[in-house]
Design a protein. Structure first.
Length: 139
């Protein structure tokens, strides 16, 4: 579950400059702001995921994955609309980053000795899957 969510997040992050400039039509000078907003979404997602995990770990994981799927699909469909692309980018950051503390909490609950090793392997696996995506020249 985490591999899919993190793979999508890393794929969007890896191609954000091409999406923002070539698809959305933003100026290259706007890229630092776009990446900053994605980072703010990721930061907020960590706090939201931690807070929601205190309430219910499995419910948070299910809701976060559903939101990741919805927001990434919408991002793919509406990336050509600047304000919507930026809004969805922040929402993808929030929803995907909320999986980190959620999955970590779940791992500690079910396998206290494993701690963060499984989460790290999930993130690394998702980063490897992102490299399989086509390069910008193939777009």
């Amino acid at each position: 579950m985490g591999v899919i969510g993190f793979s999508g997040m890393f794929a969007i992050y890896a191609y954000i400059s091409h999406i923002a400039v070539d698809v959305t039509g933003l100026a290259e000078s706007a890229l630092p702001i776009v990446v900053l907003l994605f980072g703010v979404g990721g930061l907020l997602g960590n706090f939201v995921g931690g807070w929601m995990s205190d309430k219910s770990v499995l419910w948070t994981a299910l809701v976060a994955m559903a939101l990741v799927a919805v927001f990434m699909t919408a991002f793919g469909l509406f990336a050509h609309i600047p304000w919507l692309m930026i809004t969805l980018l922040v929402l993808v950051g929030i929803s995907a980053s909320s999986l980190g503390p959620t999955l970590q909490t779940h791992l500690i609950d079910v396998a206290p000795k494993a701690r963060s090793s499984l989460r790290r392997s999930t993130i690394r696996r998702s980063m490897r899957r992102t490299r399989w995506a086509p390069s910008s020249e193939e777009w």
